[in-house]
Write a protein that binds this ligand. Structure first.
Ligand code: ADP
Length: 482
């Protein structure tokens, strides 16, 4: 492993301020998805080690929440700076375990770090309220307090950002946290723990437990000390975790699957729409929950859009993300490849045509050709299900009402995108789309200052922005007789 600072590559879990192995001595192997090579291993922990981390978080809570917000903010700021100082090493680690091109990994590290900076600043702005009394001898006051011990379960597609987007607001608010990272990408999480320690985050405030999803997750949802669970991942697992949390009425924040429509109207700037579609669809090889999943293009510009998108996709450079000039890495695993193939086969069997790609890439492994399908019928599975891969299915539509109906006909409601110039249309469509996020004339919508989250089966709560810290705060009302 060529890192400037080799101590960022940690192969042990981090619990209560110590680097530890599983009680059983068992480990999980971590492989590079671009080469299949073994990177290393991490402890395969279960309920017992998780309980230890939760109890450490409970012990650490009183002192952590008693710090001034400014003190917590200073440590988060330091953690942010350490991430940026180690951006190159963190990016290399990420590309090794996740596969995304180095340029995207560097971008993710900056994006991930920004949540620590932002929420440290927000920590100082957790204001309460004075409410005009309902009786002459009463004064009513509202204060906000940290929820307490929290748990986080994060996915492999954004191995750093999905952690800081949760740990940033949690720690800023005065909560402590036990984190289970995805088993495919534990090294990014463990490197963050190493930097948190260097930044002065006290032991027990943030523990990282690697291991069995079911066992670690089961303890996180069933242990009554944990007051809140925050999860990013599939709707299926989110639903299960929410049900498990129902027993203790734990609070939950869920950032789940999406099925983003990307709509191009006749009055769109077509070149801008193609550029937006390219980044929205093929970034991280289609493996983000806000990736365009289905592209709806209006009749009048359909053929021109297809030609331009084909030309843009032909310029993508597929390969090992560590190599220069690569724009597109491998998919995370064989299951991800199978899902893309399934969606292509289903759409083709119902009348769609492949105009770019369509099959595994000559590089082998889990590399897949960036694919475009045209004339996709609305009955295709890809109209309803999330692909999470480099497949752009193009549907044709006639008018606004029709495309809004298509777009909303899904259980999901995370991100939607559309390109249009007519002012009235922009407002009508933006308001009619049942989504938490709408990108208008842009394919990139994520940043730390804006609220990220979905409606319907895409989740609960918002991450980032001034709203993101609310998910880690309780409101307490004080009724004072005078
Ligand atoms: P993805 O499709 O992105 O892999 P998952 O929902 O399967 O989404 O995984 C997201 C995270 O949830 C990962 O950290 C994974 O290990 C974890 N996870 C998967 N199954 C469970 C489970 N039964 N209990 C708790 N966590 C789980």
């Amino acid at each position: 492993m060529q890192l400037k600072d080799s101590s960022l590559f940690r192969q042990q879990a981090y619990i209560d301020g110590a680097w530890v192995d599983a009680d059983s001595g068992l480990t999980l192997k971590v492989n590079n998805p671009a080469t299949g090579e073994l990177i290393g291993s991490v402890p395969k922990m279960g309920a017992v080690e998780t309980r230890r981390a939760i109890e450490a978080a409970e012990r650490a809570l009183p002192a952590w929440r008693a710090l001034t917000a400014k003190d917590r903010a200073n440590r988060l700021r330091r953690w942010f700076e350490l991430m940026m100082q180690n951006q190159e090493d963190l990016a290399r680690l990420m590309t090794l375990e996740q596969g995304k091109p180095l340029v995207e990994s560097r971008g993710e590290i900056a994006y991930a770090a920004s949540f620590l900076e932002w929420f440290g600043e927000e920590a100082k702005r957790v204001y309460g309220d004075m409410i005009p009394g309902h009786q002459a001898d009463k004064r009513l006051m509202v204060i906000k307090q940290p929820i307490g011990v929290t748990a986080a379960i994060t996915p492999w597609n954004f191995p750093s950002a999905m952690i800081t987007r949760k740990a940033g607001p949690a720690l800023a608010a005065g909560c402590t946290m036990v984190l289970k990272p995805a088993s495919q990408t534990p090294y990014s999480a463990l490197a963050l723990a190493e930097l948190a320690e260097r930044a002065g985050i006290p032991k027990g405030v943030l523990s990282v437990v690697t291991g069995s999803a079911g066992e670690v997750g089961g303890e996180l949802t069933s242990n009554p000390i944990v007051r809140k669970l925050t999860f990013t991942g599939s709707t299926e697992i989110g639903r299960q975790l929410m049900a498990e949390c129902a027993k203790d009425i734990k609070k939950v924040s869920l950032e789940l699957g999406g099925n983003a429509p990307f709509i191009v109207f006749d009055d769109a700037d077509l070149d801008a729409a193609v550029e937006g579609a390219l980044v929205s669809k093929y970034r991280n090889n289609g493996q983000t929950c806000v990736c365009a999943n289905r592209l709806y293009v209006q009749d009048g510009v359909y053929d021109a859009f297809v030609d331009k998108l084909k030309a843009a996709v032909a310029k993508l450079n597929i390969g090992n993300g560590l190599d220069d000039g690569i724009t597109t890495g491998p998919l995370i695993d064989a299951k991800a490849v199978a899902k893309v193939q399934e969606h292509i086969e289903d759409a083709v069997s119902k009348g769609a045509r492949v105009v770019s790609g369509g099959k595994p890439h000559a590089l082998g492994g889990t590399f897949f050709e960036p694919t475009i399908l045209v004339d996709v019928p609305k009955e295709a599975a890809v109209a309803k299900e999330e692909t999470f891969g480099p497949l752009a299915p193009l549907f044709r539509f006639r008018d606004e009402d029709e495309v809004i109906a298509f777009s909303n006909d899904t259980e999901y409601g995370l991100a939607a995108y559309f390109y249009a110039r007519d002012m009235g249309r922009v407002f009508r469509v933006a308001e009619a789309l049942e989504y938490g996020i709408v990108g208008i004339n842009t394919g990139i919508i994520s940043n730390e200052v804006a609220p990220f989250g979905g409606v319907k089966a895409s989740g609960l709560g918002r991450e980032g922005s001034k709203y993101g810290i609310d998910d880690y705060l309780e409101i307490k009302y004080l009724c004072i007789g005078v």
